[in-house]
Write a protein that binds this ligand. Structure first.
Ligand SMILES: Cc1cc2nc3c(=O)[nH]c(=O)nc-3n(C[C@H](O)[C@H](O)[C@H](O)COP(=O)(O)OP(=O)(O)OC[C@H]3O[C@@H](n4cnc5c(N)ncnc54)[C@H](O)[C@@H]3O)c2cc1C
Length: 380
């Protein structure tokens, strides 16, 4: 049986970065297990955020249970299932988060996560190509970040309207002040997605001390008494065991607690109900899951040629594809929202409590993803 210093389950944003950082030390032996494939042909093109949102080849396609808070609807919960995890399918919108959020988590007991402690890591991970290194922005990290280059009179009108309505504009919402209406900074460089797979995992795979196994589904963690000694995973129909000094579960907010439960760690009553032997009682496992809901509102536009509904349909789609192939720009190169607004719903709030996405097109139905027939934009 293979023996590692660290076994990392899930090669997503967290696991992939960790594997790359740990193996900078050539004496540290790491096994990185990923249930999904090594890549998907669409992933590096930014528009893949829409194309892979319901594609089982790269997406777990989880769903919520019906509950009163969602009017008993089942809500899709997409999550990336390939090397790079959700960073390989996500909306490419680069947002650090607010210092207040991190400080609140630290104050609640999550020591080590205060803004003062995480800010240097944000600086280290990025290469903000449109920045000059001020505001704590990184210019030497492995992940290239750039501001949306797309120009559109619609964006100018939205900025002017925001200003007229009293909302401020903000030259860098990833500084310590997030508030304002802004052009989006993205994990895109020259029209290509900067996923954790591309920026961290693939360069590190040249190292002999990193062993990456894709299409490897972790089934459970192995326990000797109360101590975790490794994992059991399935690869090509075979069950394989690996031993590690430490095992890190970074399979995402849905799958990490699931693996714990399948290993007998969780709420005893629930585990027993599913015929799982209880190895360790831990009541919080699988509880308090939070995600954000995206409510899309479509606005009809009087001017047709500022909306990609008009510019990317029919022959326009061919033009946009040619533009993307020739210049790396246009419709195919956009993140999920080229403009953002971080606003306070009440003036007395210390920091913004809503994030709005301004999108220069709209779709008819999330299932078919066909562009609307009439010129319009979406504000979500
Ligand atoms: C559609 C979508 C759009 C998003 N848009 C944005 C955005 O624009 N901006 C932003 O900041 N954030 C966005 N996010 C959120 C962001 O991408 C995630 O928060 C982040 O990538 C989560 O990182 P993670 O490491 O926790 O999990 P993930 O990156 O999801 O990684 C988990 C990995 O574990 C693997 N895994 C799961 N179960 C197993 C198992 N049993 N065995 C082995 N491997 C397993 C998965 O396949 C996956 O590769 C978006 C997310 C999604 C899904």
């Amino acid at each position: 049986m293979d023996q590692y210093d660290y076994i990392i389950v899930g090669a997503g944003s967290a696991g992939g970065t960790l594997a790359a950082r740990l193996t900078e030390n050539p004496t540290t032996k790491v096994l990185l297990l990923e249930a999904g494939a090594a890549s998907h042909p669409y992933s590096r093109m930014p528009l893949s955020f829409g194309l892979l949102i319901d594609n089982p080849a790269a997406n777990w396609l989880y769903q919520s249970e019906p509950e009163p808070g969602t009017a008993n609807r089942v809500i899709p919960v997409p999550r990336g299932k390939l090397l790079g995890g959700s960073s390989s399918i996500n909306g490419l919108v680069w947002v650090r988060g607010q210092p207040l959020d991190f400080d609140t988590w630290a104050q609640m007991g999550n020591r080590g996560w205060s803004w003062r402690e995480v800010a240097p890591l944000f600086t280290r991970m990025e290469n903000f190509v449109d920045g000059d290194g001020s505001n704590g922005r990184g210019t030497g990290g492995p992940l290239k970040v750039s501001t949306v280059p797309d120009q559109n009179p619609l964006y100018d009108a939205l900025f002017a309207a925001s200003k007229a309505a009293g909302f401020k504009l903000n030259p860098d919402y990833n500084s310590e002040d997030q508030e304002g209406v802004v052009k989006t900074q993205t994990s895109i460089y020259k029209g290509r997605r900067m996923s954790v797979a591309h920026c961290y995992i693939e360069p590190a795979m040249k190292r002999s001390n990193l062993h990456v196994v894709t299409n490897a589904m972790t089934l459970r963690v192995l326990l000797e008494g109360k101590r975790c000694t490794g994992v059991e995973y399935e690869k090509d129909g075979k069950t394989v065991q690996a031993k590690g000094r430490e095992t890190i579960l970074s399979a995402g907010g849905v799958a990490s607690p699931q693996i714990l439960e399948l290993s007998g760690i969780g709420q005893p009553e629930l585990l027993k109900k599913h015929g799982i032997e209880v190895k360790h009682e831990l009541k919080a496992v699988g509880e308090n899951f939070r995600d954000h809901i995206n409510a899309r509102i479509i606005w009809r536009l009087k001017v047709a040629n500022v909306s990609y509904n008009h510019m990317a349909r029919g022959l326009g789609a061919v033009t946009q594809m040619m533009k993307y192939l020739a210049t790396g720009g246009g419709f195919m190169s956009l993140p999920s929202a080229p403009l953002l607004a971080f606003l306070k719903t009440r003036p007395e709030l210390a920091t913004p409590d809503v994030q709005m996405h301004l999108v220069p097109y709209s779709i008819k139905d999330p299932k078919t993803r066909k562009l609307q027939d009439f010129p319009s934009m979406t504000i979500a």
